[in-house]
Design a protein around this ligand. Sequence first.
Ligand SMILES: [Zn+2]
Length: 172
Amino acid sequence: MSRLEMLVQNQLLSAIEVHYPDEIDLFEIAYRLQVLVLSKPCLSTLSGTANHPVIVLDNRLTTAEQRVQLAHELCHFVAHSGDQLFMSPLFRSYQESQTRRMTMYLLSPTHMLTDSLNAMASQHIHPLLSVAQSFDIPYDFAKRRLDLYRLEFTRPVKSDVFTEPEQQILFA
Ligand SMILES: [Zn+2]
């Protein structure tokens, strides 16, 4: 397990009891971490203070898209502190790609994805659609997740330094 996936496991998924994809309840995780989640017709953000964090979720998006954004902001919350407004663009984009990868691990942990893919292989189901459905994630997100999954299996990822193919997935 990469350091980033470990962080997701220890800081976010361990907050609740999770065994199956449909148990990844982000609102419950936010509640356990005492993060207030508000639903508004504006861009999703993480704000508030360290003691009173607030995530605003863009309610104009689909449920699956909101799920990705909530996961993204929760990952920022546990991994990054500091206002990105006062950050160099390079460091900000590094944090963003880190967060994109963490979001994938949060919404579809590697071991669950492996189980799902194994089950699908025996039933001859198309993986992409099925992964999107069972993990309740948008189709394009599922595609990037599977790309990352395959990449990590061909070249196990130990560091947080992204290779070029990883960047293509994470910045797409
Ligand atoms: Zn972000």
